[in-house]
Design a protein around this ligand. Sequence first.
Ligand code: APR
Length: 227
Amino acid sequence: MKKVVVFTGAGISVESGLPTFRGSDGLWEGHRVEDVATPEAWLKDPELVQAFYNKRRADCLSARPNHAHLKLAELEKDYDIHIITQNIDDLHERAGSSKVLHLHGQITKSQSSINPSLVYDIEGAEIKRGEQCELGSQLRPHVVWFGEAVPNMEQAYKLAREAEVFVTIGTSLQVYPAANLIFETKPNCKLILIDPNAENYNVPPVVHKISEKASVGVDYLAELLAK
Ligand code: APR
């Protein structure tokens, strides 16, 4: 089976009702997103950070996978599809994709604030003050904040190097090291980019751009893969 690696960002979940980070005014209740998604913010105001992610978790839980997530899951019938996602929602999994690598964590899980390898499922939508890991530290969201290492990056580079087709969907490619993945692919790898804003991307000319929203772009992708 042809190995197809699909790298997704916030844009793929827009049609499920979850906003992108850089599309709107970039603010959350008057705070820059970067100011609530850092270890410094957690040290300064853990209640604010927890409230931000509790709200986002509730939004994710009530969202449903859209046609783009579902189509990628369906394509597993014919291709060896691997998803690498920057998204912290679980819409790829709920759509039925079986190989999903999360680069920036998972909103449905918590982690110890002193040992990031201690990860737990969250019951419901909230992490509450006083909820602790087994070492006695306050639980925090299992997300990779700005300035933190990306533990799954090596695995993602390996997948990118093995890809016969590498597809990028709904990411502004502004956050590193994730945005480097496309440059790890081998020379004969077919590169496809789906984004309504694709024409404005500064990527190598060999990249096949599909200037569509994700739900439309995935049907073009299916046609390209079948050729
Ligand atoms: N379908 C596909 N793409 C879309 C759609 C849609 N319906 N609507 C918007 N987009 C595109 C935008 O054109 C933009 O290029 O989705 C992209 C979203 O970009 P960002 O908001 O920057 O999201 P992303 O690239 O996933 O952000 C990367 O930054 O905030 C951090 O850790 C967070 O994982 C996140 C990372």
